[in-house]
Ligand binder design. Structure first.
Ligand code: AMP
Ligand code: MG
Length: 352
């Protein structure tokens, strides 16, 4: 079942004892939010930690209501169903569409939100998995690669038959909103886990960095089976991997990150890409950047991804690449913040 109807709210720790003054170092709220097709965990500290955590939940639900592809009332669904007519879009969707155009252009088309009809043909959007015929894929690729958003005074319009899917970018944008809320509520430290998108805000209460595990793609059935651990403060860490969503047919595995050049699941030699960037004062929309790039660089493969990073003129980011041939490739800027899990058996390399 794709859309989880269940709504789980879990309070892990509730403030201080009765009536005493609130100690901002220990005051903590932790809530689970099922949204955007994933189980999210938001942990806030500080005197206003409960209000901050619930404000994050509200922001996530508000974004989901606007951006969901499966909710027929969302702005995205209305745009997808408009048959080429212009639809008025609000500020959030406007920002996301601009960003999607930018990442599409800068990644040579590896990032493409117009992938939606193709993702549906593979059944990833609706959990009805199937392998489409080559003919069907070729036809759909014309729609995907012919994508151009029309901006008119009445709003934005897609071409006939075209549709968008913001699954590769929306959680990163939500993480940026969470940073804004943490700042507004003067949250000194916090952690937000939105599926593969992690926000490690401030440091841990004992002054040490947050420890963020990078999943071992070869051991997805095991809990806490990491290829390595990142020690992060004030950072986003966003992972894309084929192991996060896939199905098997006739002994072959097909995953959800599609290569717009072929129409098939990206087969670039990578099993996961983690993008790490600062979330501090001048970070802009870095959560969204990490999300878009983790998907795009997964499609591009190791060599193109590393070249892309070296030539990148935007806000700086670092990478952890896990390759199908058993290597963990970490860019220099993360070398002192990444510890390989020796038992995982990966070979460790650092690169510029
Ligand atoms: P992520 O987990 O951020 O890597 O996003 C993967 C999701 O983005 C998929 O489940 C699809 O909904 C969508 N997607 C798949 N391939 C692409 C692509 N090449 N560009 C943009 N979005 C994609
Ligand atoms: Mg992404």
């Amino acid at each position: 079942m794709k859309r989880l109807a269940a709504y789980v709210l879990l309070t892990v720790l509730v403030l201080t004892g009765c009536g005493g003054p609130v100690d901002p170092d220990t005051a903590q709220e932790s809530i689970q939010v099922i949204a955007m097709d994933t189980a999210m965990l938001i942990t806030t500290y500080g005197e206003r930690s409960p209000a901050a955590a619930y404000a994050c939940e509200d922001a996530i639900r508000d974004l989901e209501a606007k951006l969901s592809r499966t909710d027929p009332d969302s702005e995205v669904s209305r745009l997808n169903a408009a048959g080429g007519e212009a639809v008025e879009v609000g500020e959030d969707l406007g920002v996301l569409l601009d960003a999607a155009g930018y990442y599409h252009a800068t990644t040579d088309g590896a990032f493409n939100i117009a992938i939606a009809p193709l993702a549906s043909a593979w059944g990833f959007a609706e959990d009805r998995f199937r392998v489409p015929s080559q003919e069907e894929i070729s036809d759909l690729l014309k729609l995907v690669n012919g994508f151009a958003l029309q901006e008119t005074p009445e709003g934005v319009a897609l071409g006939p038959g075209q549709a968008i899917d913001l699954g590769a970018i929306a959680k990163g944008y939500a993480a940026d909103k969470i940073v804004e809320i943490f700042q507004e509520y003067e949250v000194p430290r916090g952690l937000a886990q939105l599926g593969g998108n992690v926000l490690a805000y401030g440091d841990r209460p004992d002054g040490t960095p947050w420890r963020v595990g990078v999943q071992d793609p070869a051991r997805v059935e095991e809990q806490n089976a990491f290829a390595g651990v990142l020690e992060l403060t004030d950072s986003f860490a966003v992972t894309s991997g084929g192991y996060q969503r896939y199905f098997e047919q006739d002994g072959k595995t097909y995953h959800h990150i599609l290569d717009p050049a072929t129409g098939y699941p990206a087969d670039s030699g990578l099993s996961s890409v983690t993008v790490v960037a600062d979330c501090g004062e001048d970070a802009g929309l870095s959560g969204m950047m990490c999300d878009a790039l983790s998907t795009a660089l997964f499609v591009m493969g190791e060599e193109r991804a590393l070249d892309f990073r070296r030539n990148w003129r935007g806000l700086p980011f670092q990478l952890v690449l896990i390759t199908e041939d058993g290597r963990v490739v970490v860019t220099q800027g993360l070398a002192d913040r990444f510890t390989l899990e020796e038992a995982s058996g990966y070979q460790y390399e650092t690169v510029s």
